[in-house]
Design a protein around this ligand. Structure first.
Ligand code: RM4
Ligand code: MN
Length: 388
């Protein structure tokens, strides 16, 4: 196994993007619970996100969701982020919370509704210019509930046309990232259900269109790391939305439900050249904290990603290739598992300290008093949340 000391320098390449919506109130289909100190606007969401970066050194960017993060002055929001030591990352569009979108958005049968959704993306692109964001991320709630309800085939053509208009609006340094999900809110068919469909569309669009893989958007038992390997091989893996799941799109803390899966994914990321600043892969989190505290929840997630990245980097690739090549099944499996079973928490704590970061970011955050301060200060006004 490669020792921790040998892989430690590579840990500096890790940069994770936080979702602004992780800091607002969220809930289940049944209830949104509020928490003391929750941000009341995008500026406060950024302040909270910056705390995660401050204590971990891992999260220099924050993704926005429009219209949840609508502000008067996006340049001021970007400047606020810079003052806090972070930057604004991906702009996520939202075509699932308007009455017009009941039967779809970019793939809707009515050209007027499609145009409304396209115009929304044009607005998002304007915001990207103001915030200096590179990625426009599209996740669609489009689909149908009953066989015969919609012309699935024509909808692919409408979707393709709509995406083309959005793609053409982007500047040369900007990218379109298309996210897939196999079900929900539609339950019979979804217009972008899987990586293959997303791939077909982004390939048609061109070089600056790629696929976003949300780890919670697959059927149980899906070999996600295979999809990672394939998309990297094709040069079309643009982004991750990390979170974990037990049953559906649970949006839980990354690595909580299946740490081994996170390890396997990170292994294929590294193996396929997807790790590091120049890889073109954005590592975003997409999770919602319903019952746990927001900021510590995000800290836990980014630390989980870092731990599994370290373990995956420790796989002795040379020995593994050799064992695989000679058909030594058990040796290959052992080499892989050795790295997975290595507990890197102690060396990681020392590595953090050597870089001027707290050995235990969660404890450092808790003792900083920030949580108490925001709970006392943010008393008036409405807390941010889904749809806010
Ligand atoms: C979707 C998808 C998107 C996220 C929304 C809130 O299921 O994962 O990435 O922006 O939820
Ligand atoms: Mn997502």
């Amino acid at each position: 196994m490669t020792p921790f000391s040998a892989i430690a320098p590579s840990l500096l390449d890790q940069a994770i993007e936080l979702p602004s919506w992780a800091f607002g109130n969220s809930g289940t289909r049944f209830k949104v619970f509020s928490q003391p100190g929750v941000p009341r606007n995008p500026f406060e969401k950024l302040s909270d996100a910056a705390q995660v970066h401050k204590y971990t050194g891992l999260a220099p960017k924050v993704a926005l969701h429009i219209p949840w993060d609508r502000v008067e002055d996006y340049e001021a929001l970007a400047a606020h982020a810079r003052d806090l030591g972070v930057a604004i990352g991906t702009i996520n569009s939202n075509t699932f919370q308007d009455d017009a979108y009941k039967l779809g958005s970019l793939a809707h049968a009515d050209a007027k509704v499609r145009q409304q959704a396209i115009d929304h993306h044009f607005d998002c692109i304007d915001i990207m210019h103001a915030t200096d964001s590179q990625d426009l991320k599209i996740w669609l709630a489009d689909g149908s509930n009953y066989p015969g309800q919609a012309d699935m085939r024509r909808r692919q053509d409408w979707l393709s046309e709509s995406l083309r208009k959005i793609y053409e609006r982007l500047e040369k340094h900007q990218r379109l990232v298309l996210e897939y999900k196999f079900f929900e809110p539609a339950f019979y068919h979804t217009d972008v259900p899987d990586w293959g469909t997303a791939y077909v569309h982004v390939r048609e669009l061109g070089e600056r269109a790629t696929v976003c893989l949300d780890t919670g958007h697959h059927a149980p038992g899906t070999n996600i790391e295979f999809i990672v390997a394939q998309l990297l091989r094709l040069g079309k893996l643009g982004a991750f939305d990390f979170n974990s799941r037990f049953y559906a799109d649970d949006d839980l803390i990354v690595g909580a439900a299946d740490p081994f899966q996170l390890f396997r994914i990170m292994f294929e990321v590294i193996r396929g050249g997807g790790y590091g600043a120049s890889s073109g892969v954005t590592f975003m989190l997409d999770q919602c904290h319903n019952v746990e505290e927001k900021i510590p929840g995000q800290i836990r997630s980014v630390l989980n990603v870092q731990e599994m990245t370290a373990r995956a980097l420790m796989v002795d690739q040379e020995e593994l290739t050799q064992a695989q090549g000679t058909g030594d099944v058990l040796a290959a499996h052992d080499i892989f598992m050795d790295a997975f079973y290595s507990d890197v928490r102690t060396p990681l704590a020392a590595w953090r300290e050597a870089r001027g970061l707290p050995a235990d970011p969660l404890r450092a955050y808790r003792s900083s008093g920030y949580q108490m301060r925001i709970a006392q200060e943010r008393l008036d006004g409405a807390q941010a949340g889904w749809g806010a």
